[in-house]
Design a protein around this ligand. Structure first.
Ligand SMILES: [Zn+2]
Length: 243
């Protein structure tokens, strides 16, 4: 009894001096389009006070500010080309060096390829973050097709609904502004199946890479946004899958 009290006191004393072992807060969300990573990333970013990063935002920001990287990227973007990794990674390195990323960040939609993942790892090792925590949103393809074909977008304000999971109060009309709800052409089943197949092919090596490093957790991405959010939060706070 005595020994265990002493040990507890000792741990408490250490905790006073050394920072508590901080959970890994370099979060990377991997998952197919429609798996809900964007929604969850926004929620958990708010909850934990972490910046929600996307390379799309970075590219637009650099192009708008006319930085060196932005000037290199702009003509490629304007022609609809793929901005090379050196440019994207330069922007990522610059973004991570800003103070708001010191305690962590959430990457949604990046990295997309194995070389990008390896470069990002180098950046993380050099900074205060160490190993990332990679959350892999796992959803059955047919669930995704169902979810994505149910998506409707408001023609006025751009609000997003789902006729299955998040229907508007009045069918076909936006709750906020009464705008007509439309189905975007890339939310059609055949387009979605093609996108999912392409996604799987490209992402498999990335999932394998992170899994082999022991930093990847599978998150079953069901339709219930609240339930997924709770599971996700527990994963992030414990660094493990909930039992
Ligand atoms: Zn609307």
């Amino acid at each position: 009894m005595m020994a265990s009290c002493e040990r507890t006191a000792c741990v408490a004393a250490v905790a006073d001096v050394a920072p508590a072992v901080s959970p890994r807060r370099a979060l990377i969300f991997l998952g197919p389009p429609g798996a809900g990573k964007g929604t969850q990333a926004k929620r958990i970013a708010r909850k934990l006070g972490l910046p929600h990063l996307s390379t799309g935002d970075m590219l637009r920001d650099h192009a708008d500010r006319g930085t060196e990287l932005g000037l290199l990227a702009r003509p490629i973007m304007e022609q609809g080309g793929l901005v090379p990794d050196e440019i994207v990674l330069g922007m990522v390195a610059e973004r991570l060096s800003r103070p708001d990323c010191a305690n962590g960040f959430i990457f949604d939609g990046f990295p997309r390829t194995l070389p990008q993942a390896q470069k990002l790892d180098e950046l993380l090792q050099r900074g205060p973050w160490g190993k990332p925590l990679v959350v892999h949103f796992v959803v059955e393809a047919e669930d995704l097709v169902r979810r994505m074909t149910g998506r409707r977008t408001c023609s006025i304000g751009g609000e997003i609904y789902n006729i299955h999971d998040q229907p508007p109060k009045v069918a076909g009309r936006c709750d906020v502004d009464g705008g007509e709800l439309i189905q975007r052409s890339d939310d059609r089943p055949e387009v979605i199946r093609e996108r999912l197949a392409a996604y799987d092919g490209k992402t498999k090596p990335l999932v394998d890479y992170y899994r082999s490093q022991g930093v990847l957790l599978d998150l079953p991405g069901g339709a219930n946004v609240e339930a997924v959010a709770l599971t996700l939060l527990e994963m992030v706070e414990t660094g493990a899958s909930p039992a």
